[in-house]
Design a protein around this ligand. Structure first.
Ligand code: ZN
Length: 274
């Protein structure tokens, strides 16, 4: 089967375009990666041709030999739907998890996203934590979430609690909470290490004054997670635009009731008295 005809490729393209339509991908902003199933690799491997091995920039031994679909560095999300083979690629990792080679896509040249170290280190953490269930890592620049990094304290507690309060679905959608990375230079191993540490505990990491990373099992869950966090951030931005004092909100005991009914466990460290 051709790569472009495969169901997972169609899912990848739709998610990239959905992110573009949300306004989260100005210019070449954002990146998306998907850890392919063995059955999906087998389905499309006749369409592969092997490029040269290149260093990843970090080491991910637990991903050795795996294949990833990943957006290209400098490529625009708005073009993914019309020029897929120019906008993203499939890469194979070597048997040590130190090098990659392009086996499909980026037909006009280029390389995978500059955030490849962050993507792969997050994939490695999530693969081990979820027994292989998680397959998607997504980075975008949603404006309301970024705006909050200028006014909320840059702590996991502040972001988790404030965003939980702004929509009742939030503690059910991200019960583990949200992590925050202070401002750092993007694209390197250092920010990848900090982000992957947060991915040990959370499915969402916010990069101060930059954007958000989300992880999930499939395209729907991962896009839905980013969408839910950003919607909640939008409600908070609207509220803060009217007043800096909430007249009423959801209280710690009400979160505990919600947790019981929806069978989620909410860490007590986020249910502090204000
Ligand atoms: Zn970015």
């Amino acid at each position: 089967m051709k790569v472009l005809d495969a169901e997972f490729t169609q899912g990848f393209i739709r998610m990239a375009n959905d992110g573009w339509e949300q306004g989260w991908h100005e210019r070449n902003g954002g990146n998306l990666s998907y850890r392919m199933k063995e059955s999906e690799v087998a389905e499309v491997k006749d369409d592969f041709s092997n490029g040269e091995w290149k260093p990843i920039g970090t080491t991910v031994p637990n991903l050795a030999g795996e294949f990833f679909m990943v957006t290209g560095s400098g490529k625009y999300f708005r073009n993914v739907i019309i020029k897929p083979e120019d906008s993203f690629c499939i890469i194979e990792l070597d048997d040590k998890g130190e090098n990659y080679r392009i086996v499909w896509g980026l037909v006009n040249g280029g390389r995978p996203t500059s955030e490849l170290p962050s993507h792969l280190m997050n994939h490695e953490v999530k693969k081990l934590k979820t027994n292989g269930a998680y397959r998607v890592i997504y980075h975008a620049h949603p404006a309301n979430t970024i705006a909050l990094t200028f006014v909320l304290p840059l702590t996991d507690e502040a972001f988790t609690r404030e965003l939980w309060e702004m929509a009742t679905e939030c503690p059910v959608v991200f019960p583990d909470g949200i992590g925050v990375v202070p401002w750092m230079v993007p694209g390197g191993r250092e920010i990848a290490v900090e982000t992957s540490k947060l991915m040990e505990k959370y499915d969402v990491a916010i990069w101060a004054h930059h954007g958000m990373f989300a992880a999930g099992e499939d395209f729907d869950l991962t896009f839905g997670l980013m969408h839910t966090v950003e919607k909640s951030a939008e409600i908070l931005v609207k509220t803060l635009s009217m007043t800096n004092v909430k007249r009423q909100t959801i209280k710690p005991d009400e979160f505990r009731e919600l947790a019981k009914d929806f069978k989620v466990s909410l860490p007590e460290r986020f249910l502090f008295e204000k």
